[in-house]
Design a protein around this ligand. Structure first.
Ligand code: NAD
Length: 493
């Protein structure tokens, strides 16, 4: 096991951790608590206050006050960017601490957690810089009138996040909202609140005014539901499952609050017969096992040209059989545990259902035994094959399980990809770039990647189609405008 940093031990021992409202650390009004545990050992990491309806009311009120009185929305964009760059610098400075916290809370290998933290800091910088160069007052050329459009922040923006990339998604979500002068109220997932709580410490040091960032660890019910239904929020962003996304959207709909949904996926990878089989098998194994397959856009359906089926399956199996599954902080761990016993049962349950419905196991998966960490939630990767109607070919499993199907023609492959209700991200693999682009453009999803899977860059929008989401997505320059309300000002002359 890797060595725990003293700062991380101190942070974990500082519990029960509190809510962060209006720049103050406070208990939940009803004294609610939750426990977050280390998925690698099953042991409790920390006790954290769990917000209720009253705390949501307090946080939204604190954010409203900050929006009115802190000067944050009216500050020149450059001054706000200075504060956000300072926050990004502090994240970088505390990168090792944050990475350990994230690695322990989620169970992801430390190198993956460190990469998330670095990316999160870059996202803050990207939107801070973009906001400086965004025109807030755009003259409109119309005859007989003086007219212009103003772009102003909305006010209180609410965010609800899942547990798979807590710190990264936090930054992808709140960076554009903060850079444009909004105040935010954040509910992290109950399984993984720690890095979000830690960010509040850094935000205070960076000089983010009190009440501009409020954090409410808590359960979906009551905290998430109360936040989504609060009439004081002006925008809502939800990242998580389509099931909960629907309830969040319904609550926002009742208040006519615009909502952004980043939901699940069932990503496909289409492998043509001219690929480098070794390299592609290796890349897909990396995609499938990243964060133990708990990645919304990961490649979970592999459509393989029939002429390379045997070789591809063989290479992928060999690579997966030799995967180093272990504790998140142990050097050399390639894949950690899943986040919770619930998630472990979900993955194992899908494997059983898939086989019961007629899938065959090319690699059976199942529970993984890690002798030193018997209490952890470890699973082995699995490869299944069978008809496209199988439950494991259709539904999001959210674990290291791929469903493989052979195809003969390009049309057949595209048809299989587009049978999914989801539409988050797919990839196509071929040396024939004409074909690759043709297929990339025909697959219905927010993102199509060519000869790669899981490609994220600032400036390239990442959003879902169909059941995978709505509202514009994240990471694009347009995302900044999602947090600026347009207002026309007109004077007949
Ligand atoms: P989830 O929907 O169960 O929970 C997400 C968040 O919603 C949590 O904070 C939870 O507490 C909260 N919540 C639960 N019930 C609620 C309610 N009634 N009202 C308001 N909030 C409520 O999802 P999860 O299991 O945490 O995450 C996995 C899902 O997230 C997968 O479907 C995955 O694909 C998706 N996801 C999507 C993206 C993306 O960018 N599209 C990124 C990461 C994860």
């Amino acid at each position: 096991m890797g060595i725990l940093l003293a700062e991380v031990s101190d942070f974990l021992a500082s519990g029960p951790m509190k809510l962060f409202i209006g720049g103050q650390w406070v208990d939940a009004v009803r004294r609610g608590r939750l426990e977050t545990c280390d998925p690698g050992t099953g042991k409790v990491l920390a006790e954290v206050a769990a917000a209720g309806q009253e705390d949501v009311n307090r946080a939204v009120e604190a954010a409203q006050q900050a929006f009115k009185k802190s000067g944050w929305p009216a500050m020149p964009a450059n001054d706000r960017a200075v504060v956000l760059h300072r926050l990004a610098d502090l994240i970088d400075k505390h990168r090792d601490i944050l990475a350990q916290i994230e690695s322990l809370d989620v169970g992801k290998p430390i190198a993956q957690a460190a990469a998330d933290v670095a990316f999160a800091a870059q996202t803050l910088r990207y939107y801070a810089d973009l906001s400086v160069n965004t025109r807030r007052r755009e003259p409109i050329a119309v005859s007989g009138h003086e007219a212009y459009t103003l772009r102003v922040p909305y006010g209180v923006c609410a965010f609800i996040f899942p547990w798979n990339f807590p710190f990264l998604l936090l930054s992808w979500g709140i960076s554009p909202a903060l850079a444009t002068g909004n105040a935010v109220v954040v509910k992290p997932a109950e399984d993984t609140p720690l890095s979000t709580v830690y960010l509040c410490r850094l935000a205070q040091q960076a000089g983010v005014p009190d009440g501009v960032i409020n954090v409410l660890p808590g359960y979906g019910e009551p905290a998430g539901a109360a936040l989504a239904a609060h009439p004081g929020i002006r925008r809502m962003s939800f990242t998580g499952s389509p099931e909960v996304g629907r309830t969040v959207a319904a609550a926002c709909g009742a208040n006519l609050v615009p909502v952004k949904l980043e939901l699940g996926g069932k990503g496909a990878a289409v492998l043509f017969d001219d690929i480098d089989i070794d390299q592609t098998a290796s890349a897909l194994v990396s995609a499938l096992t990243l964060n133990t397959g708990q990645v919304c856009c990961t490649a979970t359906r592999w459509l393989v040209h029939e002429s390379i089926w045997d070789q591809l399956v063989e290479r992928a199996k060999t690579r997966l059989e030799h995967l180093n599954i272990g504790y998140s902080l142990s050097p050399g761990t390639e894949m950690g545990p899943v986040v919770s016993p619930k998630q472990k049962n979900r993955v194992l349950g899908y494997l059983q259902r898939g086989v019961a419905e007629g899938a065959s196991a090319l690699l059976p998966g199942g529970e993984a035994e890690i002798p030193e960490f018997r209490g952890g939630f470890y699973v082995k990767p699995a490869l299944l094959t069978g008809p496209p109607e199988n439950v494991c070919a259709r539904e999001e499993i959210f674990g290291p399980v791929a469903y493989l199907m052979p195809f003969k023609t390009e049309d057949e492959a595209v048809d299989l990809v587009n049978r999914s209700f989801y539409g988050l991200a797919n990839s196509v693999w071929s040396k024939n770039l004409d074909r690759a682009h043709r297929v990339a453009e025909t697959m219905v999803a927010g993102s199509s990647w060519i000869n790669a899977h899981n490609v994220f860059k600032h400036g390239i929008p990442y959003a879902g189609a169909n059941l995978s989401g709505l509202g514009g997505g994240v990471l694009g320059p347009e995302t900044l405008y999602d947090y600026l309300r347009p207002q026309s000002v007109v004077r007949p002359v």
